[in-house]
Unconditional design. Structure first.
Length: 217
């Protein structure tokens, strides 16, 4: 009985040490990757409205947006949002715990998907999209690649002629079960997204809608 207890303690100790070491290594990698994931080293890719309070200005000379309205966003000052204790520490702590736990628990599945993508259509396993995040900061959102390498890269998916022909067999399965979005667990761990997202907050006045955007966060 005593030997069983000692063995159990050793297993628990080894497991705790391994998980702890994995967390430290993953955190170091995330810290090094974060700047690049937020285009901090590429000023041309950064959002000029980052950290600003903006209004929507109607302008017939602009292209229509997704709602069919012509206009653009214009900065009217610095954002007045100040992070509280919950948002800065508690919420972030929840994100770190849940995302790291997800990376560890789902690691066999993530590895299996990577292998399947490589076998089905050799090439990069992941692809990135530019998304708007906290404080209107652009970041690179990660997904598993579901399109063939021969897909035209300069044409949006919805504008392709018969886009389904460019989706890989593995990609169809991933999309059908939303598995292509699993790499976003990394985006949460690194701090570009949040498990508890609040979407886009819009404050509207009589003359102009004032946007305080936190998409993906």
């Amino acid at each position: 009985m005593l030997m069983k207890k000692n063995t159990l303690k050793k297993i628990i100790g080894i497991t705790a040490t391994t998980v702890g070491a994995a967390f430290v290594i993953t955190s170091i990698i995330a810290a090094k990757k974060k700047a690049n994931s937020q285009y901090q080293n590429d000023t041309d890719e950064q959002n000029p409205l980052e950290g600003k309070k903006v209004v929507f200005v109607e302008d017939e000379n602009d292209n229509p947006n997704a709602d069919g309205v012509k206009g653009h966003l214009q900065a009217i000052g610095e954002s007045e949002h100040i992070e509280g204790i919950y948002e800065k520490y508690i919420k972030r702590g929840i994100d770190i715990v849940l995302s790291f736990g997800g990376l560890v628990a789902l690691s066999p599945l993530l590895l299996g998907i990577c292998v399947a993508i490589k076998i089905d259509d050799p090439g990069p396993v992941l692809f990135t999209q530019k998304r708007l995040g906290k404080n209107k900061r652009y970041f690179k959102l990660h997904k598993f690649r579901s399109m063939k390498m021969c897909t035209p890269h300069d044409v949006p998916t919805h504008m392709l002629d018969n886009p389904d022909q460019y989706i890989t067999r593995v990609g169809k399965f991933l999309r059908a079960h939303s598995l292509d979005e699993l790499p976003q667990i990394w985006d949460i761990f690194i701090g570009n997204m949040s498990v508890i997202g609040k979407g886009e907050i819009i404050k509207q006045t009589k003359k102009n809608p004032v946007f305080s955007v936190a998409c993906g966060y």
